[in-house]
Design a binder for this molecule. Structure first.
Ligand SMILES: [Zn+2]
Length: 396
């Protein structure tokens, strides 16, 4: 979980309605790309033939989240995919379409048209990171596919219904079987696909993540409810192997290291390293630039978040590429350090505000992203409020 819109009824930013996907456009954004692509495509599928014009474009959209105005940039991915669960959020997507002139429908016209319901093929796209390491994108967090000597290790399995599309895509990449799933944490947009893999696949996660998956608490501060796939499948998808501080899977070029550096996004976030490739998967401890989500229901901590990031940044060596929880492009250790600094600055600001007798709303109203954090979007009020609330409760 890295946040999502719950209500959207305004149109795209007038100042920057559309920018083509040039190299100078930041590729990450504070809105979960999978969510945006699913919603854009949902609208497109209901208006057959209109979709392709936006493929590959980066759009700026604006909407409302938990009662607060939000904005962000999003890339539009492949067409023809409908994510029905997000149909209610079509307004924001329609706004983006109108703003770029692709579609002249107004909201009213859209509502009147109704549209024909289409089946929903789930399209997984692939980024090749190394010869034997791929990032699969689609509905939910970034999935890493590591092709080893005798089998495939999959990190995170996206939203419910995306396990089989991931498996199908892996079969296009390699004839080797999936032997292992690693879940970075317990949120439904990172592990729901687990239940669609063969029961013989080992599922590895931090011990707290196993506890969270079994308890399936709602994500704190979010109205998004992930269907309890474990319950619905009669108990499938629960981690079968857990670790506390560190565990190593495989050896030599097949080696994968899992670390736990402390609480943050949840209380069971694993950091996954492929030493032979110098690649790290951070899960939602580093979801994107500017999304501080602290799920206290899953054991997350705002006060400990920056320290956990610092430990990871200092403790993980020889990494040149980072796969984040949700960003569309890979990042570097320098980006992780910047994220750690950003998080520390925010937590300290909230801590100081509380000491000064201010309220959570004061913090939300007054905190601005320091200018040195280039590429970090405007703070999203609802995320700030949720995060600040958790930090307030933790600060004695
Ligand atoms: Zn998450």
């Amino acid at each position: 979980m890295s946040g999502s819109f719950h209500k959207a009824d305004s149109v795209a930013s007038a100042s920057r309605p559309l920018e083509s996907n040039q190299s100078n456009v930041p590729r990450d954004n504070p809105i979960e790309p999978a969510w945006v692509s699913s919603n854009v495509e949902s609208v497109m599928a209901r208006h057959a033939g209109l979709g392709g014009a936006l493929a590959g474009k980066s759009v700026v959209i604006k909407g409302e989240l938990n009662g607060s105005e939000q904005s962000g940039r999003a890339e539009v991915h492949s067409m023809g995919f409908v994510k029905r669960r997000h149909e209610m959020r079509r307004g924001i997507v329609l706004g983006a379409l109108v703003a770029v002139g692709v579609l002249s429908l107004t909201m009213a016209a859209y509502e009147q048209q109704g549209g024909v319901q289409q089946p929903a093929p789930k399209v997984v796209t692939v980024d090749k990171i190394k010869d034997n390491l791929f990032v699969l994108k689609g509905g939910g967090g970034n999935t890493a596919v590591f092709v080893g000597t005798n089998g495939v290790v999959v990190v995170d399995t996206k939203l419910a219904g995306w396990g089989q599309p991931i498996l199908t895509k892996i079969q296009e990449l390699t004839p080797k079987p999936v032997t292992t799933i690693i879940n970075t944490h317990s949120h439904g947009d990172h592990m729901s696909g687990n239940v669609e893999f063969p029961a013989s696949v080992e599922i590895v996660a931090h011990e707290k993540t196993k506890t969270n998956v079994e308890a399936w608490p709602p994500v704190y501060g979010s109205t998004t409810v992930f269907p309890n796939v474990v319950k619905e499948s009669g108990g499938k998808g629960v981690p079968t192997k857990t670790f506390k501080d560190k565990v190593t899977l495989g050896s030599g070029s097949d080696r994968v290291d899992l670390f736990y550096f402390g609480r943050g996004h949840t209380g069971g976030d694993a950091w996954v390293v492929f030493p032979s490739l110098h690649v790290l998967h951070t899960g939602d401890m580093f979801p994107n630039r500017g999304l501080l989500v602290i799920d206290k229901n899953a054991g997350g901590s705002g006060v400990e978040f920056p320290e956990t990031l610092r430990k990871a940044a200092n403790g993980l060596k020889d990494i040149d590429t980072i796969i984040t929880g949700h960003a569309p492009a890979t990042m570097t250790m320098a980006d992780l350090r910047t994220w750690a600094d950003y998080t520390r600055d925010f937590v300290n600001a909230v801590r100081e505000a509380k000491r000064a007798g201010k309220s959570v709303d004061d913090v939300v109203a007054s905190w601005k992203v320091p200018e040195k954090y280039t590429g970090y979007g405007t703070p999203q009020a609802s995320f700030m409020k949720t995060a600040a609330t958790v930090i307030f409760e933790e600060v004695k």
